[in-house]
Design a protein around this ligand. Structure first.
Ligand code: R5P
Length: 293
């Protein structure tokens, strides 16, 4: 088994390789003077299972392109099987044509992966209008969840907490984590006006006064969603606010925005590398990859 990366997720790839006693062989990736992608394997792949560990952040577009080149090249060099381990799978939020003429990015991304990899393993993909990865993937597609790891983190680090999901889709994380912890949870109703303008409203109120509120979502991108939820929670008398995201994209000054909204702590998993990473997803991936040995 050969474990490689296309530039992202190097620490996870290294840890997986060490635990699986597999060869870790990162790709050489650069560009020609005109900007064309240059990619090279430095290990023989013939007859091997090649695991490409690669989150689609930072630089989701370049990440997809690098991955397609890496997977196609692995096949071309005689790899037996090419498995993509993508802790964060991008493009999943554009799962419909919200406005006439738009690309349904998730379907296009999946079409490319269906062609060039044999299997995909990912963590908490944004499944909203799709009910399962099978809706877009024809290859075996495994969805893992960090819910138990997040619940474990909350149990160790928080007290007297309630869980809030900032929108209806976050039910799959917030409610599940609250169930693990046996604490109260509620999910807010979000209205999205644009990718940078959202409003949230609590429709099933729970008592928040004096509580440590933990807001849980799959993705924290610009931070607008969590910031709105935090402001509501503050108004309702929350004692402290912790925001936990499986995938911390944290773009466009998200951290400052969250602080201004009263968020005391931002915690993420290492699906995407960031200074807020406190929850390690390697054990989840390891369990799944052991099945390939
Ligand atoms: C979308 O519904 C996701 O679950 C997140 O709520 C969303 O992507 C967060 O984006 P932002 O941080 O930009 O509000």
């Amino acid at each position: 088994m050969i474990i490689t990366t296309c530039g992202n997720s190097i620490p996870i790839a290294r840890r997986l390789a060490a635990a699986l006693h597999a060869t870790f062989s990162p790709l050489t990736i650069s560009s020609f003077p005109d900007g064309d992608l240059y990619l090279k394997y430095t290990t023989a792949l013939k007859g091997q299972n090649v695991i490409i560990v690669h989150s689609f952040q930072p630089h989701s577009n370049q990440s997809l392109f690098n991955l397609i080149f890496a997977a196609e090249t692995a096949k071309d060099l005689g790899a037996k099987k090419v498995i993509l381990v993508s802790p964060y799978l991008a493009y999943m939020r554009q799962d419909t044509r919200f406005h006439p003429g738009e690309a349904i990015s998730s379907k296009i991304m999946a079409k490319h992966l269906n062609r060039c990899v044999d299997k995909i393993i990912t963590i908490d993909p944004h499944l909203h209008r799709y009910k399962s990865l099978k809706d877009i993937f024809t290859i075996p597609a495994v969805k893992l969840t960090a819910n138990a790891l997040i619940a474990d983190y909350i149990q160790k680090h928080c007290k007297n907490e309630v869980i809030i999901g900032p929108d209806s889709e976050s039910f799959q994380w917030a409610a599940e984590i609250a169930r693990h912890l046996r604490v109260q949870a509620t999910v807010l109703k979000k209205t999205r006006f644009s990718s940078r303008h959202v409003q949230v409203k609590m429709i099933k109120p729970i008592s928040i006064r004096g509580k440590n509120v933990v807001i849980v979502d799959d993705i924290i991108s610009t931070g607008h969603t969590i910031a709105e939820a935090a402001e509501q929670a503050k108004k309702m008398g929350a004692k402290s606010i912790t925001a936990i995201g499986v995938h911390g994209l944290l773009v466009e000054g998200a951290m400052a925005k969250l602080r201004r909204a009263g968020v005391n702590k931002v915690i993420t998993t290492n699906c995407i590398e960031h200074s807020t990473n406190k929850i390690d997803v390697t054990p989840l991936l390891l369990r799944e990859l052991r099945k390939e040995q």
